[in-house]
Design a binder for this molecule. Structure first.
Ligand SMILES: Cc1cc2nc3c(=O)[nH]c(=O)nc-3n(C[C@H](O)[C@H](O)[C@H](O)COP(=O)(O)OP(=O)(O)OC[C@H]3O[C@@H](n4cnc5c(N)ncnc54)[C@H](O)[C@@H]3O)c2cc1C
Length: 416
C-alpha cells in the first residue's frame, strides 16, 4: 500500500479499517543471498539499498528483538554533518544528502526538521578551531556559519551569557542540520525494504556462524540454521559479542549513553544546541519535550539503562548553560548501548572471514549516519569494494596507525 493524502482521506471516511500491515511477518527461508544481522537503522537501511540500488532482493534482516527496539529507537535524533577529519567529512556529507529526500523516497514521513545545529565556543582558540572545521564543511559542499558572541546572543538569547560556567564566545552553525523522528526512520526503511521483497524476521537471535574453509556459509539462530551467500553485521552495541562468534576481536568497547526528556512545553528552543565543554546538548521535540543528553556513563556495560551520577552531571551542565530549564519537569530517561571504537569513528569493512562484512563502531553518532551507513554498506556487500564516501573506515586502521580521532580527546573511549 502506498501512503498518500488520498488514502488518509479515504480511510478517514471508512473508519480507518483499510490500512494494510506495515510489513509482512514471514517465516525464515533455508537460504538467502544476503543476511543482515540487526534490525536497527543501519541493518534496515542496508537491506533497503541492497534491494533498491543493487537489485539483490533475496535478503533477510534477522533481529533478535523487535524492529526499532535498539538504539535507533533510543537516540536523541540529531542529524548533522559538521565533522572535521578526512574520512568522516565526506561520509557524513554523503549521509546528510541522502536525508534530504528520504521521506519522499521511502513514502514515509521521517519528520526531518532542518532547524540548524550550533556547536558552542568558549575561548578564542576554540572559535579558531571551529572556523577550521567550518572550512572543511564548506569545502565538502555542506553549510557552515561562524557566529561571534553577539550573533549567538541575538539568535539564542536565553543562554547564560551574564554568569556563564564557561565564557560564550560564539559558535559554528550548520543550518542544514537538525532532527528527525527516530522510530519513523526505522519503520520507513523497514516498510520500504519489505515492499522490495526483503524478509524482516523479528525475534530471531543469531547465536553462531557457520564458517567453512574461511568462508561464511550461514548463521545459527534461535529459529534454526539459515544459509547465506554473504552476511553483514549491523548490531551496534552488541558488535563485540556477535563478532566474537566468528572468532573476531574488535577494537570496540560497549558503554551506556543516557538521554532525557521533559514534559511537553510551548516552543522555546528552535535549534539544536551542543555545549561540548559541559557535555550537554539539547533540542525540543515536535511534541514539545526538551530532549537532552550528555556524556557516556563511562563503564563497560550491556545494560540498556544508566546510572544516577550522569543524571546529575547532565542536569548540572544544562543548568549552567540555560538556567531556565530548571523550571521544566523531567518526564523520562533511558539508556542505550554504544559501540565505541578506539578513535571515535566507525568501521565499515570486510572481515578476515570471506563473505562476512562489518558495520559498527558508531559511538554516540550513528543515527545521522543511518542513510549513509546503509548506502555504503550495501555497496560494499554487493560489489566487494568500499564506496568512495567510506574508504577510510577500515578495520585494520588501528594496526596501521591510521586512526580518525574525530573527538580529539585521545584514542580511548573513556576520554570521550
Ligand atoms: C541515548 C542515545 C542518544 C543518541 N543520540 C544520537 C543523536 O542525537 N544523533 C546520532 O547521530 N546518534 C545518536 N545516538 C547513536 C545512535 O542511536 C546509534 O549509533 C545508532 O542507532 C546505531 O545503529 P543502529 O540503528 O543500527 O543500532 P540499533 O538500533 O541498536 O540496531 C542494532 C540491532 O541489532 C540487534 N542485535 C544485536 N545482537 C543481535 C543478534 N545476536 N542477533 C540478531 N539481532 C541482534 C539489536 O537487537 C538491535 O535492534 C544515540 C544513542 C543513544 C543510546
Amino acid at each position: 500500500m502506498r501512503y498518500s493524502g488520498f488514502q488518509v482521506f479515504l480511510n478517514g471516511l471508512t473508519g480507518n479499517r483499510g490500512w494494510a500491515p506495515v510489513w509482512r511477518d514471514p517465516a525464515p527461508k533455508d537460504h538467502y543471498d544476503v543476511i543482515i544481522i540487526g534490525g536497527g537503522g543501519h541493518g534496515l537501511a542496508t537491506a533497503y539499498y541492497l534491494a533498491r540500488e543493487h537489485g539483490i532482493t533475496n535478503v533477510a534482516v534477522l533481529e533478535k528483538g523487535t524492529i526499532g527496539g535498539g538504539n535507533i529507537g533510543r537516540n536523541t535524533t540529531v542529524v548533522r554533518a559538521n565533522y572535521m577529519l578526512d574520512g568522516n567529512v565526506e561520509f557524513y556529507s554523503h549521509s546528510l544528502k541522502l536525508w534530504q529526500n528520504l521521506s519522499a523516497e521511502l513514502n514515509y514521513n521521517v519528520m526531518l526538521s532542518r532547524r540548524g545545529c550550533i556547536l558552542l565556543a568558549h575561548s578564542d582558540g576554540q572559535l579558531d578551531a571551529l572556523a577550521r572545521r567550518g572550512n572543511m564543511n564548506l569545502m565538502q559542499g555542506d553549510g557552515a556559519e561562524l557566529w561571534d558572541a553577539a550573533t549567538l546572543r541575538r539568535h539564542i538569547p536565553y543562554l547564560n551569557f551574564d554568569d556563564p560556567r564557561f565564557p560564550l564566545k560564539g559558535g559554528l552553525m550548520q543550518w542544514e542540520a537538525g532532527t528527525a523522528r527516530h522510530d519513523a526512520v526505522a519503520w520507513g526503511y523497514a516498510r520500504a525494504a519489505d515492499r522490495l521483497g526483503v524478509d524482516l524476521i523479528q525475534n530471531c537471535e543469531v547465536t553462531g556462524f557457520r564458517i567453512a574453509q574461511g568462508r561464511v556459509t550461514g548463521v545459527d539462530t534461535t529459529r534454526g540454521h539459515i544459509g547465506a551467500g554473504k552476511v553483514g553485521m549491523a548490531v551496534a552495541g552488541r558488535s563485540s559479542q556477535v563478532a566474537a562468534m566468528a572468532g573476531l576481536r574488535l577494537p570496540i568497547e560497549s558503554h551506556v549513553l543516557q538521554a532525557f526528556v521533559t514534559e511537553g512545553l510551548k516552543p522555546v528552543i528552535d535549534t539544536v544546541i551542543s555545549f561540548g565543554m559541559g557535555h550537554f546538548y539539547i533540542s525540543q521535540s515536535d511534541k514539545g519535550g526538551l530532549v537532552f543528553g550528555g556524556d557516556i556513563d563511562g563503564y563497560n556495560s550491556y545494560a540498556q539503562r544508566g546510572n544516577l551520577p550522569i543524571v546529575e552531571h547532565v542536569a548540572e551542565a544544562g543548568m549552567a548553560l540555560m538556567p531556565m530549564i530548571g523550571r521544566a519537569r523531567m518526564l523520562r530517561s533511558w539508556g542505550g548501548i554504544m559501540d565505541m571504537t578506539m578513535d571515535g569513528s566507525p568501521i565499515i569493512d570486510r572481515t578476515p572471514v570471506e563473505g562476512l562484512f562489518f558495520n559498527g563502531g558508531w559511538c554516540y553518532g550513528g543515527f545521522k549516519a543511518v542513510p549513509g551507513g546503509g548506502h555504503v554498506f550495501a555497496h560494499l556487500i554487493a560489489t566487494g569494494n568500499p564506496h568512495p564516501a567510506a574508504t577510510k573506515f577500515r578495520l585494520d586502521r588501528f594496526a596501521r596507525g591510521a586512526v580518525i580521532d574525530e573527538e580529539a580527546t585521545g584514542a580511548t573511549p573513556n576520554l570521550h
